[in-house]
Design a protein around this ligand. Structure first.
Ligand SMILES: NC(=O)c1ccc[n+]([C@@H]2O[C@H](COP(=O)([O-])OP(=O)(O)OC[C@H]3O[C@@H](n4cnc5c(N)ncnc54)[C@H](OP(=O)(O)O)[C@@H]3O)[C@@H](O)[C@H]2O)c1
Length: 318
């Protein structure tokens, strides 16, 4: 079967198509015939070598990709849905994938994942649309849960037009929070349409703009733009900050920094299935920017790295 990855870490041009052995599902696992795999910032990182030491248990090619959607085509013993019923051949599903694990990433015609990393596609969607939900949707859910805000409290979101930030805006609204989101002028309507109560101009001075709206500071902040020390002043004393790239700063003022790592939540089947429900309820929308045949993964990586992509880039395996 075909997989897309790198033998040597490098730029987008390092990505190649490889013929690799067909994987098989063991106990507690399913195999998915992948139709769509998303391209995320972490994939460009894996390709460039950021995860080098964590891939030591693997032999090249190293295969990126943290979420996929497709059809189950092999079921291991004891592999069940969230309801406890066995997964069936032909079930249409989405999955979060951990490319640092021995089974490698999602850029492949067939992937084997733990059954607990799999949920049904939301009704009314297809594999391309749904493939962008598992990883960033779960990350957003985890960030909100760790911030632990109560209905009526205020959250600020940076990078709100992005995948993680957009899910935060929508899930936070559904949680009853007041949402202040950043946006460029061009993205302002997009971020309002996601449901933000207030939109402030993005940039290095975004904390001042948030404070202008909420003088006492926000109760929590989700930092999808990875601005770290530039945004911490927006947070009230005793508030919380969810960081997605492991910031080690100490903001003081009793502010808790929550280092969000979705890797530890990849088998939370119930959370994944709740995201499915959120899409079916119209709370969460799925945004696809562009699809690329998997052979054009290098072009997809160049497009992502150029910035300004709104909605996910998706590789397709026909
Ligand atoms: N720790 C985890 O488990 C985990 C899981 C998922 C994601 N992440 C991380 O979360 C981050 C967001 O991921 P994503 O998929 O949402 O990325 P994305 O779709 O590219 O969104 C990032 C958003 O932030 C904006 N942005 C970038 N730099 C900015 C700046 N200096 N000021 C204001 N806005 C800025 C981007 O705008 P432009 O496009 O115009 O640059 C974009 O709208 C990434 O760093 C990703 O690696 C971590």
């Amino acid at each position: 079967m075909r997989a897309v990855g790198v033998e040597d870490f490098g730029g987008p041009e390092a990505l190649q198509v490889f013929e690799v052995a067909e994987p098989h599902a063991g106990p507690g696992e399913v195999r998915i015939r992948v139709r769509a795999a998303t391209v995320n910032p972490t994939d460009t990182g894996l390709r460039a070598g950021w995860y080098g030491p964590r891939l030591n248990d693997q032999q090249p090619p190293y295969i990126p990709g943290m979420d996929a959607a497709g059809v189950i085509d092999e079921v291991g013993d004891g592999s069940t849905t969230v309801d406890g019923t066995p997964w069936q051949l032909g079930d249409e599903v989405m999955a979060i994938v951990l490319p640092t694990e021995p089974r490698k990433g999602a850029y492949a015609e067939q992937i084997v994942v733990p059954a607990a990393s799999v949920a049904r596609l939301p009704k009314g969607t297809d594999a391309v649309a749904a493939s962008g939900l598992p990883m960033n949707g779960l990350t957003a859910r985890v960030a909100l849960d760790e911030l632990g805000l109560r209905p009526g409290q205020t959250i600020a979101v940076t990078g709100a037009a992005g995948a993680f930030g957009g899910y935060i805006v929508q899930l936070a609204k559904a949680d009853g929070l007041r949402v202040i989101a950043d946006a460029s002028e061009a993205d302002e309507q997009l971020v309002r349409d996601l449901g933000a109560d207030d939109v402030v101009r993005r940039g290095d001075d975004v904390a001042d703009r948030i404070r202008a709206l909420v003088p006492e500071g926000v109760d929590g902040l989700a930092d999808g733009a990875v601005q770290s020390e530039l945004v911490v002043d927006a947070i009230a004393d005793g508030g919380g900050m969810a960081v997605v790239r492991g910031w080690n700063g100490d903001p003081g003022r009793g502010i808790t920094v929550h280092k969000i790592m979705v890797f530890g939540h990849a088998r939370d089947q119930e959370a994944l299935d709740t995201l499915r429900q959120r899409v079916e309820d119209g709370v969460v929308t799925l945004r696809v920017a562009q699809t690329f045949p998997a052979e054009q993964a290098a072009e997809a990586h160049r497009t992502l790295e150029a910035g300004g992509v709104r909605g996910r880039l998706v590789l397709t395996f026909d």
